[in-house]
Design a binder for this molecule. Structure first.
Ligand code: AMP
Ligand code: GLY
Length: 422
């Protein structure tokens, strides 16, 4: 099987690493990939959002399957583009079409979907310029803190959590006036959920599903979960509070109704569903859907999957996922993200990375890196995820941190408290 993986982050390196272990794989290409993905396949300089270029490559390399890493090509309709073109319609795509991708691309769509299918989530009100009055009245009717979400994709920055009612009203107005561009022409106001978050992942063929190992992600830049939001600074899997009883509730109240809801709404969906959950006193509530894997969660989830990922993808494409059981690794896996100084604000790229050859007993997943002659250089805010196995969280973290210390680049920063609240 010839596979094209779209994307260039730590998630894609971890998926490339995992797929490369499959006997079903003939050739793996990654577009555009990073210095790490090139260890497991061939990087190709193609923009995943340039579908015409993607098509030429699919034909030239006789690709059988496209695995879509990030959300943007999905939200832009890469799947629809492929299945509607007779020359490439036979190619399997792991990732939903444009309609299914709205679960991530539109917060309003996702909330309506959850309410329609009785999936537990915070109360909400969707507001646009024409019903601003109703939005302001809704804010008055709920308690602080106030959660305001830009409806569309806003590069992870479109969510505001505010303590003060007047500030929330002013921000709501500013958002509708274009604070986040077109993404906030609709704003979802939500009730605040108090609890501890985790990420749950399902892979579905549109009829049945398998639940992958869950993970806890650390989103803030600073120790103790302080400071600005990032893409994610580290992760741990399994999550101790996601015990059998909790995961049973997640499956019965969230995962199954989600897949059944997609069927009821006539939305074909073959791909990952990433459910951001809040555990509120032992009860799961959905915070958000994503239509892809999480990053850095993938860097702990892939090492915990024992089953053949390419075989799972084939079953998704063929619609017989029901025949698959997923085998998981009982050990704990942790990851610590090394980031560029200044991230998530402005930062410099092009710093030489050294010490990679000194690392041992860990999995080094590249995120923002690039190969320049013999050197590996930083090429993004999140640079490298250092994953490690252990009998428990502490043992795994010890290895992640030890190796994180061995890798050097100018301005390197990482959180030394990943897993602190577990
Ligand atoms: P989202 O993009 O919807 O995942 O929101 C970003 C982050 O904001 C989440 O990871 C949560 O930490 C927080 N958040 C979102 N919605 C809520 C809510 N209803 N209650 C509490 N925190 C929330
Ligand atoms: N780590 C959270 C995400 O991938 O959205």
């Amino acid at each position: 099987m010839n596979v094209l993986l779209l994307g260039s982050g730590g998630r894609e390196h971890a998926m490339a690493w995992k797929m490369a272990q499959s006997e079903k794989l003939t050739n793996l290409f990654i577009a555009p990939g990073n210095a790490g993905t090139s260890l497991h396949g061939k990087n190709v300089p193609i923009n995943p959002n340039d579908f015409v270029e993607v098509k030429s490559f699919l034909l030239a390399e006789k690709i059988d399957m496209v695995v879509v890493g990030p959300e943007e090509p999905l939200v832009r309709g890469v799947k629809d583009f492929i299945i509607n073109d007779p020359e490439i319609a036979h190619i399997a795509v792991i990732g939903p079409g444009k309609e299914g991708a709205r679960l991530e691309g539109s917060k309003e769509f996702a909330k309506d979907f959850m309410f329609r299918h009785n999936i537990p989530t915070a109360g909400y009100k969707s507001v646009n310029k024409n019903n601003l009055d109703e939005g302001l009245a809704y804010l008055e009717s709920i308690k602080a803190p106030y959660v305001l979400k830009a409806d569309g994709l806003a590069a992870g920055k479109g969510v505001l959590i505010l303590e003060d009612l007047e500030e929330a009203k002013a921000e709501l107005t500013a958002m509708l006036e274009g604070k986040f561009g077109a993404a906030s022409s609709v704003v979802v106001i939500e009730e605040f959920l108090k609890g501890i978050e985790l990420s749950v992942f399902a892979l579905t063929d549109g009829h049945s599903y398998v639940i992958l190992p869950e993970a806890k992600d650390y989103k803030r830049i600073g120790e103790g979960d302080t400071g600005l939001n990032t893409g994610g600074m580290g992760a741990v899997s399994p999550v101790p509070f996601a015990d059998e009883a909790f995961m049973k509730k997640v499956e019965e109240r969230v995962v199954r109704p989600t897949v059944e809801g997609l069927i009821a709404d006539n939305i074909p969906y073959k791909g990952f569903v990433f459910i951001g959950l809040m555990n509120v006193d032992g009860e799961p509530f959905v915070i958000e859907y994503n239509v892809r894997m999480g990053d850095p969660e993938t860097e702990v989830v892939m090492p915990r999957i024992k089953s053949d990922l390419v075989e799972l993808f084939e079953a998704v494409a063929a619609g017989n996922l029901k025949s698959q059981v997923i085998e998981t690794e009982p050990q704990t896996v942790t990851t610590v993200m090394l980031v560029s100084g200044g991230y998530p604000g402005s930062y410099e790229k092009g710093k030489t990375i050294t010490g990679l050859d000194k690392t041992a007993d860990c999995l080094v997943f590249h995120a923002g890196t690039t190969q320049k002659d013999d050197d590996i250089k930083t090429n993004g805010g999140r640079v490298i995820a250092v994953s490690a196995y252990g009998a428990n969280k502490d043992e795994a973290l010890k290895k992640s941190f030890k190796n994180a210390d061995l890798i050097q680049f100018d301005g390197k920063y990482f959180r030394s408290d990943i897993g602190f609240d577990l």
